[in-house]
Design a binder for this molecule. Structure first.
Ligand SMILES: *Cc1c(COP(=O)(O)O)cnc(C)c1O
Length: 402
């Protein structure tokens, strides 16, 4: 029995995002459970040996081994694909597994990649260290300037890889312009959309080819599990990505997939409220600290661009104090409500000093070049009452003389 599941695209095609977030991808077992079942199994049994052979030959529908398929994991993949407006999605064990697979599944020695310089620390490690090790050349550019992508493109350029807004400087990439430049040159775009999620920004609507996620962040949204996802055309996912992931094994566990399914049910509510809270906290901090990088505030140099491609600007922004690492650490140490933590997308407010945590693995000169100064702090604004967050920041700033 599989009545009215959320997997029949002829039915889900007309569903709006809020409906998809709750029901998209749901497949019911013979018990007709309302909430998605967690299938904690590594393998599957067959009625007869011929069935096993047929399933391995791809002649019979069904599952063979949870590195390759799992019902709970597939529900999540279908839900993310529907929310993204993508033909297909493959989930991964972590966001970094998603980024690594999205790049390595389609690159080979002799290829060239153009990547944004403001990026998550491990994404910079992929482009600066891992790819060159395999003879894949990378050019790092200021992704705020679409022309920089065009100028860096060569005959062997295969991919543009960037995130927007970028971690932690909140640089914004002009999706329409950059994806347009890529299309003209036959280059594929891989967009890390972790900060916005499909609830706020859908890069494929602007021409992106592949959208990759850390689902650890806003999709789980409650700081519980690690997960990742890659969205693209069915041809890309099935013919290019799947052979890579099925054989290398960065598979998401059914438990983590189930937790993210539950997270997606409230993604829209959470990200909208957290965006509002982040704006309130940002407005309070503006003028009180030396600098604030918040794409939702008119002071952000790319505010208009951000508002033209995002529904709201999300829970994350960064700020800068003039007193370097000592003052930034003192501010963190004075907090009483907001946690010192390097995670983001959590329903709790968290603050971190990127230069000594998330970006400590990036060489100092590269950190400075990408805007990760010693006085930079990144804030994830949660679902608490923003007045309490403002009170906490107010007392912490006062205690260090700001
Ligand atoms: C966190 C993050 C990642 C890595 O995701 P994990 O789930 O921690 O592996 C990649 N890109 C961005 C923008 C992130 O914020």
């Amino acid at each position: 029995m599989k009545r009215r599941t959320g997997q029949d695209r002829s039915i889900t095609a007309s569903w709006r995002p809020a409906t998809l977030a709750v029901r998209g991808g749901t497949a019911r077992s013979e018990w007709g459970e309302t909430s998605e079942a967690m299938f904690v199994t590594s393998g599957y049994a067959y009625d007869c040996a011929a069935d096993a052979a047929a399933r391995f030959a791809g002649e019979q529908a069904g599952m063979t081994y949870s590195r390759l398929q799992n019902p709970t994991v597939e529900m999540l993949e279908e839900r993310i694909a529907l929310l993204e407006g993508a033909e297909a999605c493959r989930s991964m064990a972590t966001g970094m597994a998603a980024m690594t697979a999205a790049l390595l599944c389609q690159l080979q020695t002799g290829d060239h990649v153009v990547a944004g310089r403001a990026a998550f620390g491990s994404c910079r490690w992929l482009t600066d260290t891992l790819l060159p090790k395999f003879g894949i050349e990378t050019t790092i550019i200021d992704a705020r300037d679409p022309q920089a992508f065009a100028d860096a493109t060569k005959a062997n350029t295969k991919l543009y890889f960037f995130e927007t807004p970028a971690n932690p400087t909140m640089d914004v990439v002009d999706l329409r312009a950059v994806c347009g430049i890529a299309r003209e040159r036959g280059v594929l775009t891989v967009v890390d959309n972790a900060f916005a999620t499909p609830a706020l920004q859908r890069p494929m609507e602007f021409g992106a080819d592949i959208v990759a996620y850390s689902a650890t962040k806003m999709m789980d949204g409650q700081g519980r599990v690690l997960a990742g996802a890659v969205c693209g055309t069915a041809a890309f996912i099935n013919d290019v990505l799947l052979p890579f992931t099925r054989n290398t094994g960065p598979t998401l566990s059914p438990f983590n997939a189930w937790v993210v399914l539950k997270g997606l049910e409230t993604l829209d509510l959470r990200i909208r409220r957290q965006s509002e809270n982040a704006l309130a906290v940002g407005r309070f901090l503006e003028g009180r600290v030396a600098r604030i990088n918040h794409p939702g505030l008119p002071s952000h140099p790319q505010h208009d661009l951000a508002m033209s491609q995002m529904a709201m600007t999300g829970p994350i922004f960064s700020l800068e104090v003039d007193g370097g690492r000592a003052q930034a650490h003192a501010l963190l140490d004075a907090l009483r409500l907001i946690d010192i933590s390097n995670n983001i997308g959590d329903s709790r407010s968290l603050m971190t000093h990127p230069a000594s945590t998330t970006h400590s693995g990036v060489a100092e000169e590269k950190r400075i070049e990408m805007g990760v100064s010693e006085g930079l702090l990144r804030l994830n604004v949660g679902l608490e009452d923003p007045a309490d967050l403002i009170d906490d920041l107010d007392q912490a700033l006062s205690s260090i003389g700001l």
